[in-house]
Each structure stands twice: as C-alpha cells, then as structure tokens.
Design a protein around this ligand. Sequence first.
Ligand code: FES
Length: 160
Amino acid sequence: MAAKCDLSLLEGVLDEYADVKGSLITILQKTQEIYSYVPEDAVYLISERTGVSPAKIMGVATFYSQFRFAPAGKYKIQICKGTACYVNGSERIIDVLTEELGIQSNETTEDGLFSFTVVSCLGCCSLAPAMMINDKAYGNLTGDKIRQIIRGLRKEAEAQ
Ligand code: FES
C-alpha cells in the first residue's frame, strides 16, 4: 500500500458518517473520491472512528471491485464489459489490456502510468467495445487497436 496521505481531507466524511450504522461502503466510496484510492492510513483512521477493525474494513473493501488500493495511474482506463461491449468481444479486449499492461483490474503499473477498472457501461454503447482513458472515449476496439493506443501513450509519456 502507498504512502502517507493528508487525512484531514477525510475528517468531514467521518464527522458525517462515522456514527451512522451501515455507512462503511459510503465512507469507503467517499475516501476513494478524495484520494482516487483507499489509502492504508485512511483505513486505520476509519477504523478508529467507526470502531470497525481494519481487517474487517479491508474485507469489505476487497469484496467490492470498485475499490482500489494504490493511486490511480496518469492514464486512468475504464474498460467496459457491459452487455453491448460484451457481445462485441470485450472479454478478449480486457485480456489484451491485462497482458499489455501486466496488471489486473484496479491495479496500477509500477511506472505509475496506467491503471484500469472494468465498468459495466460507459454510456457510449454504439462504440462497443469501448473504453475511456481519462476523459477520452475509444471505440470499436480490437486487440491490435488497444495495443497501439497503449504503446502510443507510453511513447507520449516517455517524450515528456
Ligand atoms: S455497454 Fe459498453 S459502453 Fe455501454
């Protein structure tokens, strides 16, 4: 897990939800909104304030695929496995992405460049299979196309 984070950013969330029964998921979601992931330090603070053990918090957080435990990459990829994308081969596309990046969903590459999340619809089903990288949509993906996009971004980052 990653480095120190500014835990004061989480105070407002904990003031509002720490004593509200059944709000652990909400707290974790808001934590991730603030930091882009769920930092280890935040888990301990949430534990202190809610009385739920860190192990239990991690158990809940890891059960839900929406949570990540390392900072997101410079290029945040959301790849879709919703129905339209699935019938157009998104599984294979996700396999290629996993292979090309060497990480699984919700992980970040060691160089900090890429992270990816599998989502259930990006709202651009006519482009299926589709993905977003930061704010840009990419559609009609194939294995070759996805490799080209990733390699292009790597080069772009190296040139900076
Ligand atoms: S199902 Fe993939 S964008 Fe809607």
